[in-house]
Design a protein around this ligand. Structure first.
Ligand code: NAG
Ligand code: NAG
Ligand code: NAG
Ligand code: NAG
Ligand code: NAG
Ligand code: NAG
Length: 574
């Protein structure tokens, strides 16, 4: 055997091997990376995210900012439109804790109860808890709204009660009373004696009364992403059910993220979240790409699909059977079909993340599965766009959620009141996710709570009031990825590039080795006679000489221990 052939053969084989390995690195890195994501992102008692998810008190503090609308001209309701001054912000540090955590391996979910604790931060606030705010009296407005379809006698008694105690449609209370401490009200005491079925017996009223450090958010059941990371963070059940009783089917279906986690591989389409505060799913639409600490993120924002009153969506009727019938399947079919409505405005796409391929297709009017989501959120009456009716979710109080300052709402909402100035920077609600991993880079949650004031024929105080959606207060909760976490995330995101580079380097080295082999082959071929002589000489001479011949040929590779080993091996074999 020819020594150079042996060596170049081994070079060639090594080269081929490296190329094969390099190619598999280049093609398999998505699979390898996916395995890494699966391992790193899934929620388990030992995962990196677990402690943060369980208790946020050790993380950089997050603050809820609250702004109130102070009504400056309540006496002039019938002659001038209501004018509001925005006051605040009042800062509350927010801590979130999960308890009763139970991992269910049989269905890859985790069950838990969430509580939120707020601490007033006077220093950051622009005002104090004893500031007095004037606005609509939520208790009387809710009372009048609640009994508006009751027998006239009931309504007359309420009317008499209000007039005799000199109650008006507005009230002045401190920030403290309006939020957490609440204030007692004899109307509430009366309410407890009335035949109101679904209203808990609150003795006080406050927008956040009883919510501090309580488990009022209910019992939640969420996917952990174990075995299938594409399910990570999806809320499956709320209070042991997969539907709610607050809206008609299919708007009652619990779907979307529970809030903390989103599955990896986000598209420039949309994401959805189930909010227990407003008892429904919110859809965020892709808005643009932004950067946080040098990491690119997709920014999604609340827009027409959530705020519009005729958002269409493809929702296969057979899906209905997968959900409990808190409302009947007939409701589902009855959810008015858009062709019946004859609506010809923009066609909306599906709010379902998991079938994003289909989402981009425009809907055909003939498709029986295309329904108008705006309709199942209406219960008889529909709201102007820009408002979400949460009456059912708020014990019958005529409460409506919008973006702050009615941003992106029907212009009629703004025309009815004075002092509101919507803009995108201060009033949008956005979620920014790193698209590859689905890790949130920034969440800016902002909502405004409004009450519907409307006239009542029997209740004297409300005889002549106009019908207006009155802004009460709005809040903002901003959470941003910390610099430490961003740096970890950057490392994770660099992995595909590293793997790809290694793959390419391997291919390059492999090609180099093969080229060397080919080169050596031809070089030696040209020297065939000489080689023959050498071989003859080698044949005739001692082992020592052989070794010397090899040493000559491989002298340039002397440092490489492998090659040296090879050389000895060949020599022996020879
Ligand atoms: C709200 O307006 C009332 C009068 O309209 C005023 O007395 C009160 O100080 C205002 N509150 C704040 C916090 O500015
Ligand atoms: C603080 O409140 C005052 C009066 O309500 C307002 O004029 C001012 O702009 C507020 N400052 C900040 C930083 O919001
Ligand atoms: C909320 O509850 C915590 C703990 O019970 C308490 O320390 C805090 O002051 C409360 N916050 C408010 C705003 O009442
Ligand atoms: C998963 O299993 C747990 C425990 O049996 C159960 O409470 C939960 O409702 C199940 N979740 C789903 C989505 O089936
Ligand atoms: C809001 O919803 C409630 C109950 O779900 C319904 O009775 C009411 O008519 C709705 N109001 C508007 C303005 O859509
Ligand atoms: C839906 O919203 C539009 C725009 O705000 C409004 O003109 C229309 O009356 C609303 N539809 C219903 C059924 O209320």
């Amino acid at each position: 055997m020819r020594p150079w052939l042996n060596k170049s053969l081994s070079f060639g084989i090594l080269g081929l091997f490296l190329i094969a390995l390099g190619i598999s690195f280049c093609f398999l890195w998505p699979t390898v990376f996916h395995q890494i994501l699966q391992k790193e992102l899934a929620l388990s008692p030992t995962s990196r995210s677990f402690e943060m998810w369980k208790d946020t008190s050790n993380l950089p503090p997050m603050f809820m900012k609250i702004y109130f609308f102070n009504w400056t001209n309540p006496e002039e309701l019938n002659i001038k439109k209501p004018h509001f001054n925005q006051v605040g912000p009042y800062y509350f540090k927010e801590v979130r804790q999960k308890s009763d955590i139970k991992f269910n391996h049989e269905n890859k979910t985790v069950s838990y109860v969430q509580r939120r604790i707020w601490y007033f931060d006077e220093e950051r606030s622009n005002g104090s808890l004893s500031d007095v705010i004037t606005n609509l009296d939520a208790v009387t407005v809710s009372g009048v709204h609640k009994i508006r379809f009751w027998e006239v006698d009931w309504q007359k008694s309420l009317s008499f009660l209000l007039s005799s105690t000199n109650r008006r449609y507005y009230i002045s209370k401190t920030v403290d009373e309006l939020l957490f401490t609440g204030y007692s009200d004899n109307l509430l005491t009366m309410g407890k004696m009335m035949p109101i079925d679904d209203v808990p017996a609150f003795d006080r009223f406050g927008w956040f009364y009883t919510r501090n450090n309580s488990d009022m958010d209910g019992h939640l059941n969420m996917e952990t992403g174990e075995d299938d990371i594409s399910q990570l963070g999806i809320l499956r059940k709320w209070n042991y059910r997969d539907t709610t009783k607050f809206f008609k089917s299919p708007c009652n279906v619990i779907e979307g993220s529970a809030g903390g986690f989103w599955p990896p591989y986000r598209t420039k389409n949309q994401i959805s979240l189930f909010s227990v505060e407003i008892c429904r799913t919110i859809t965020y639409e892709y808005e643009g790409t932004v950067s946080h600490f040098g990491i690119e993120g997709y920014r999604y924002t609340i827009d027409k699909k959530t705020l519009g009153n005729d958002t269409r969506r493809r929702y296969p009727h057979e899906q209905a059977k997968y959900f409990e019938r808190t409302t009947t399947t007939e409701d589902f079919f009855a959810a008015e079909h858009l062709s019946e409505m004859g609506i010809t405005t923009t066609t909306e796409s599906v709010a379902d993340d998991s079938s994003s391929e289909k989402n981009t297709n425009e809907y055909s009017d003939d498709d029986p599965d295309v329904i108008n989501m705006g309709n199942c959120y209406c219960d008889g009456e529909c709201t102007p766009s820009g408002l979400m009716n949460v009456t059912a979710c708020r014990f019958g109080a005529p409460a409506f959620i919008s973006l702050p300052h009615f941003y992106k709402g029907d212009s009629m909402l703004l025309d009815q009141v004075g002092g509101l100035h919507p803009n995108d920077k201060d009033h949008s609600f956005t979620v920014t996710l790193e698209p590859m991993t689905g890790i949130p880079l920034e969440v800016i949650a902002r909502f405004q709570i409004n009450l519907l004031l409307q006239p009542s024929e029997t209740v004297t105080v409300f005889n002549n009031v106009p019908k207006i959606y009155m802004p009460m207060f709005w809040f903002e909760l901003k959470v941003k990825i910390s610099e430490d976490m961003a740096s970890d995330l950057r490392k994770l995101l660099a992995l595909p590039t590293v793997m790809l580079s290694i793959g390419i380097a391997m291919i390059a080295i492999g090609l180099g080795l093969i080229a060397t082999t080919v080169f050596l082959y031809f070089k030696n071929k040209r020297r065939v006679p000489t080689t023959d002589v050498t071989e003859k000489a080698v044949d005739e001479s001692s082992d020592k000489k052989t070794e010397m011949v090899y040493m000559d040929k491989t002298s340039s590779n002397n440092e490489d221990p492998n090659v040296r080993g090879d050389r000895r091996l060949y020599a022996k074999l020879y």
